[in-house]
Write a new protein. Structure first.
Length: 334
């Protein structure tokens, strides 16, 4: 067969997403708009190390919705990937059993390193079109996937012998928008002391990541995930979120940092008045903005070859899950 129809589900700490696509040798071709629901599966996991029943119920409801969508298509394979919160929850077996009963496939709880590799694959999978349009960003690339429970850094695509989607080194940090908000930003708005403690935590994780990932040589930064795209939309001055404008946009680091500082100091009510922010992110976007801002600051210090802008992308882990699954099936059929 020249192409396969597959589906992927990315179940993260804050949101769960579904994509259906046809995969062939040229890449993936979505069959319908991707579906995203904010379920906050990781609510309280950093503190309790288990899923709450309310979080499980929200996730099961989304899974039932996804099952109804999947019935409309002849899907040859489905891969359900669970990430940071599922790695830490002591009752993940209960979660896996129920999801399997709903969708007919058992969740695959992947490691931080696997998550980093798949995020890189998804983020750079769309760059080939830019090459043909003579707008290809300069390699090597650093992909940052800033999630609710973890943040992945991956370097790859050396621009010479290796394929552009070949990752060279990656690292997963146990910091994200939900973890930082639940761990440190406990007041509304957060106090300066809470922000300072969060930054100490973030710096400690970045120090470890930079020992594992050679960020010094990268030339292009690609930011993916809801926190990065939301903050990018704010940095671009959008009054409401527009996926078509954000995806692939070159965002000035200085503009992003100004937006980050503004958002993390806001109260929840003030953030709710910004229509650019999804309602499901309002209470945790401050923690994500802190992580993103500190990463941008540290990268300016450590990676002299980076430009003054980064690429915001709607393509990341979910795209990587689907593309990797499709390639695997095509390889077995050839």
């Amino acid at each position: 067969m020249d192409a396969v129809t597959v589906a992927g589900i990315d179940c993260g700490t804050n949101s769960i997403r579904l994509m259906l696509a046809q995969v062939d040798e040229s890449g993936l071709h979505p069959l319908c708009p991707r579906t995203m629901r904010v379920v906050r599966l990781g609510e309280g996991v950093d503190r309790e190390h288990r899923f709450s029943q309310a979080a499980l119920d929200r996730t099961y409801a989304a899974a039932h919705e996804f099952a109804d969508i999947l019935k409309e298509y002849q899907v040859e394979a489905l891969r359900f990937v669970a990430t940071s919160a599922s790695r830490d929850a002591s009752n993940k077996d209960e979660f896996e059993d129920e999801i399997e009963s709903i969708l007919g496939v058992r969740p695959e709880v992947i490691s931080g390193n696997q998550e980093a590799q798949l995020s890189f694959l998804g983020a750079v999978s769309v760059l080939e079109a830019k090459r043909q349009a003579a707008a290809m960003p300069n390699p090597p690339y650093l992909v940052v996937d800033l999630g609710g429970g973890s943040t992945e850094l991956v370097v790859g695509g050396d621009g010479r012998a290796e394929p552009i989607d070949q990752a060279q080194a990656g690292y997963s940090m146990d910091i994200g928008s939900v973890r930082m908000s639940e761990r440190h930003l406990l007041s509304d708005p957060p106090t300066q002391e809470q922000i300072n403690q969060a930054l100490i935590d973030i710096d400690r994780n970045i120090d470890q990541a930079f020992q594992a990932v050679p960020v010094q040589k990268v030339q292009t930064l690609i930011g993916v995930s809801g926190t990065v795209t939301t903050m990018s939309a704010l940095a671009l001055g959008l009054d409401s979120y527009d996926r078509d404008v954000v995806d692939g946009a070159q965002v000035r680091v200085s503009d992003a940092q100004e937006a980050n500082r503004r958002v993390w100091a806001m109260s929840r009510q003030e953030r709710s008045e910004l229509k650019t922010i999804h309602p499901g992110r309002i209470d945790v976007i401050g923690g994500g903005a802190l992580v993103w801002n500190r990463l941008l600051e540290r990268l300016r210090q450590e990676a002299p070859g980076l430009s003054s802008s980064y690429v915001a992308s709607e393509h990341g882990l979910l795209d990587g899950i689907v593309l990797d699954l499709g390639r695997h099936l095509l390889g077995h059929q050839s």
